[in-house]
Design a protein around this ligand. Sequence first.
Ligand code: PEP
Ligand code: MG
Length: 596
Amino acid sequence: MNVNPHELKFQAVAASPGIAIGQAFIILPQVSSYENVLERVIPESQIDSEIERFNRALEQCRQQIINMQQRVQDKFDSREAGIFDAHLLIADDQILNDEVKTLIGKGVNAEAAYKRVITRYVNAIESIPDSYIRERANDIKDIASRVINNLTRESTPVVKPPDTPHIVIAHDLTPSETALMDRKTILGFAVETGSTTSHTAILARSMQMPAIVGLPHEAFTEIKNGSMIIVDGGNGELFVNPAQETLDFYRERIALEHNFAISLAGERSLPAQTTDNYEVKLYGNLETAEDLSAIIESGAGGVGLFRTEYMFINTAVLPSEDKQYQIYSDLARRIHGAPLVIRTLDIGGDKLESRIDATMEANPFLGLRAIRLCLKSRIDIFRAQLRAILRASIHGDIRVMFPMISCVEEVIEIKSFVAKMMSELKSENIAFNQDIKLGIMIEIPSAALIAEKLAPLVDFFSIGTNDLIQYSIAIDRNNDRVAYLYQPTHPAVLELIHRTVCAARNHGIAVSICGEMAGNPIYTPLLVGMGVHELSMGPNSIGIIRRIIRMMNKKDAETAVAKALKCTTAEEALKVSAGILRSIAPDMVGLGMPGF
Ligand code: PEP
Ligand code: MG
């Protein structure tokens, strides 16, 4: 037996199933803003080398902008990459850079000198009444943070990501950084922050990339660039310098999971129908257009949630109405008339984008987020998006869904705006589907509690359990310190879901679940037993959920729901659901499905 005495194991949180074996590449923490720098005095003898250091940081910044431009161009649209030309102009600004060098010449360190000059420019621009010009201050801040980061990282060698396959280790990854990951070279990732329902984790599942979150801080002192590691995304484990025995075990697991996936794929054309003939529609959640093929391959019946915000996040220029029209129409065509539920912009919370809303809020998850932002601050964006959706609606079964609904008034306001958009299009002789289905997300407890009042106003409900849990239990869904309280089977959560499903049934409208609960087999008995019509999830989960539903009996699930609703704790209710699951599919336990 070949045991490596240096093997270390860290327990983190499962975020995206699958196993990755490869070399680590560590992404160093960034200084979050150019404002967070300290001033120190540079002795005269070091002034020349300090200026050299500044020149190097500027040059690095230029390279980073060019690389970013290239990546955006490859992934999105060449016109959008053009904005980086403006960034290059800022980085190359001779007057600004000379001013910094003059200050360094007076003994101010490069970071502080740059900050001082930049702050003056930013203040001057921000005092101009023209909002377009004011927006440019954000570009300058962006470049400034980049240059400062380059300066502060200089003491630790900057390592270029390898071109060969590797596993990313980082303290934090934003949803936009995750969306831009190169899938050809990145095998998986492990981060210190976040939780299973953070958007970074959701994206990883969508990209079918093994990932763990909540990696213990100590791991960062043990993992070096190039260390051999194993990430077990289903069990939330990470091994550093694994022994031969561990490697063999995980290689066998990869083969096992592969075979299991093949056997699930063999059922892709079968309906998700219980043994007593209750059919549940299974749909895929889509983050970027390039993930549609995984949804199609999974045999999903359509797209139950298109998170359109990613079109707005990783782009230098916001997508125009025409660009959106093209994207929506292409997607509708590619799924050949199957339902495509397009959710309007849900920016805010952890999906922040300063180009859309630069206002800093103390509590972004409770702030001017999603539909609130669209209606109250960026009606221009809402207008372009709705017109694009309506125009595309003639190319398939496109439905539109509005996020973060909290009251009846919002729905009334939305509907009158949709009617206005329709009459505009009519007067321009532009075709659209007049009967397009309008739905709302039920993800705020107030909406679930007034579901009976909301149901008559819309064509469907989609329950966003990620936010519903966050808001009903009052826990930040990204905060690993309170992740232990994040319990989908909390009696309050089950009550809210049940209430919503009953209201939909009473009013004859469809109800789906599109939060992460929908793709976790452990909750399937409860959701099916309550009588949801549709479950929408990451493509990875569709096969297993289909198999479980096909093994299940709706009557038994209903009995389980009646029992679970009487439970006083989340754990008891979870046991009820797990009991059904174990009785029908004991052999699936331990196959790397989160929460199993
Ligand atoms: C949800 O809240 O459950 C949901 C599906 O939306 P998101 O995760 O994008 O907030
Ligand atoms: Mg949500």
